[in-house]
Design a protein around this ligand. Structure first.
Ligand SMILES: [Zn+2]
Length: 346
């Protein structure tokens, strides 16, 4: 099969790899219908030098058709269209049962430690029963791009909204206009938020955010952004802040705009947090922080139902499509911010 292989800084190639096959009775083999490039794929992509451990597969968002299942697999059958979360999980350990599938004792992430990456023609899926969710659609359903967002970005945006305590009537601020931030806007809107301030500057992304339910856009940066949010909220600040970036500057803004007693829900991987959180300020204003890596498997069934019912359509986050063979061009487009998120068709 063909798959995207990451070699090192700015170097991804489409290469032939061994066809996946069943290894454990709990495995399935999935033929990929759609995959995509994640903002988090850009970190290893941009890191100079050779990839740690040598060239290896990449990509962690995909959906496809089940080709083959092991003897112990009961919830998915060959021919089913299935969505894979960005980590696999057994669905039965104490952490999975508590809804924290990302901490599964048998869990792992695509493309690492010998596992297939999602950006390829096929994937061996460990713990198929715990990992895969069947979407009752045909392999040519036009909603497949919307369903693919449930593999990561839509579930991650939903996690940020839940962590921030968003509910009916909430005033919310979403920091970040990447695919996760935009899905966070949609998630907050879905949960009934009345006012959604989107902090972002890129016109194409803002347009998607407005379509998803953003009521106010704050294009300023740094202290000016904080001042603008306070101005828009009568000096009070925002009760529910969603941090979807993971940089020191975004965290500084998140804490500064949180109103006393407010909550910051965070899903931005803290890749650029240097000086940490101002505990003294948080103590004085009773600002809570919760969040982390999103257990999207826990949210997949309810979000899937809403996509199929037409309640939400996150597919506008995909603004560029490439064939799998053109994946290197897709990486370049995302790296240079010419695309929000790139869909890959094998
Ligand atoms: Zn588990």
């Amino acid at each position: 099969m063909r798959a995207v292989v990451h070699h090192g800084g700015f170097d991804v190639r489409v290469e032939h790899r061994a066809d996946p096959s069943l290894r454990e009775p709990t495995d399935a083999v999935v033929r990929v219908l759609l995959s995509c490039i994640c903002g988090s794929d850009l970190w290893p992509y941009r890191r100079p030098g050779e990839r740690d451990g040598g060239p290896g597969p990449i990509g962690h968002e995909f959906l496809g058709v089940v080709e083959e299942v092991g003897a112990d697999v009961v919830t998915v059958r060959p021919g089913d269209v299935v969505i894979a979360p960005f980590v696999w999980s057994d669905g039965t350990c104490p952490h999975c049962l508590a809804g924290v599938h990302t901490s599964c004792v048998h869990g792992g992430i695509w493309g690492r430690d010998g596992a297939d990456g999602g950006q390829g023609e096929a994937v061996r899926v460990p713990w198929a029963d715990g990992t895969l969710v069947v979407a009752p659609v045909a392999p040519d359903d036009e909603r497949l791009p919307a369903l693919l967002t449930l593999s990561d970005v839509m579930g991650t945006g939903h996690h940020a909204a839940l962590a921030a305590g968003v509910g009916p009537g909430s005033t919310v601020a979403v920091i970040g206009d990447g695919a996760v931030g935009l899905c966070g806007v949609l998630a907050a809107h879905r949960l009934g938020a009345e006012r959604i301030l989107l902090l972002g500057r890129h016109e194409d992304r803002i347009a998607v955010g407005r379509g998803f339910g953003a009521t106010d856009v704050v294009a300023e940066r740094g202290d000016d952004a904080v001042a603008r949010v306070l101005e828009l909220t009568d000096g009070l600040g925002v009760a529910h802040v969603m941090e979807c970036v993971g940089m020191q500057s975004s965290w500084d803004a998140a804490i500064a705009i949180a109103r006393p007693g407010g909550t910051v829900g965070y899903v931005g991987v803290p890749a650029g947090v240097t000086t940490g959180l101002p505990l003294g300020t948080m103590f004085g204003r009773n600002v809570a922080v919760r969040g982390g890596v999103a257990p999207v498997r826990a949210y997949l069934p309810e979000l899937l139902a809403d996509v199929l019912a037409g309640v939400i359509d996150p597919s506008p986050v995909f603004d560029l499509e490439r064939s799998l063979g053109d994946a290197p061009a897709g990486y370049a487009a995302m790296d240079e911010r010419r695309a929000i998120k790139v869909l890959l068709r094998p």
